[in-house]
Design a protein around this ligand. Structure first.
Ligand SMILES: [Zn+2]
Length: 112
């Protein structure tokens, strides 16, 4: 798993340390984020995000929570039809997609 993006990648076999990043640009971004963390005194368990990223994440999580509650309420009441299940799943899927579309990339990432 890439230490920057969390994506899985096939590490080449052979001698030497296994790579920590799926691509060179991710290694570079991780380096820059660690360097900035050092400059700003960001601790090993801390992450600095942009305000915009933070707000989008917070809002998308709130929407997902609301969608989840809506779906639970709708499906718990009475005997839902297949169309109601499909509608509920679509509602939930849309909230998940909104969350997935947020590029969560730290500005600075403490070195662990
Ligand atoms: Zn990566």
């Amino acid at each position: 798993m890439c230490d920057w993006c969390g994506g899985e990648f096939a590490a080449p076999r052979g001698p030497g340390r296994p790579p920590r990043y799926c691509r060179r640009s991710h290694r570079q971004r991780a380096y820059e984020a660690r360097r900035l963390a050092g400059e700003r005194g960001i601790g090993p368990d801390e992450v600095l995000l942009s305000r915009r990223t933070w707000e989008r994440l917070r809002d998308a999580l709130f929407q997902l929570e609301a969608a989840s509650e809506d779906v639970a309420m709708d499906l718990m009441a009475g005997r839902p039809t297949k169309a109601e299940y499909v509608g509920a799943l679509g509602h939930l899927s849309a909230a998940v997609r909104d969350l997935q579309e947020i590029a969560v990339e730290p500005i600075a990432l403490g070195d662990d």
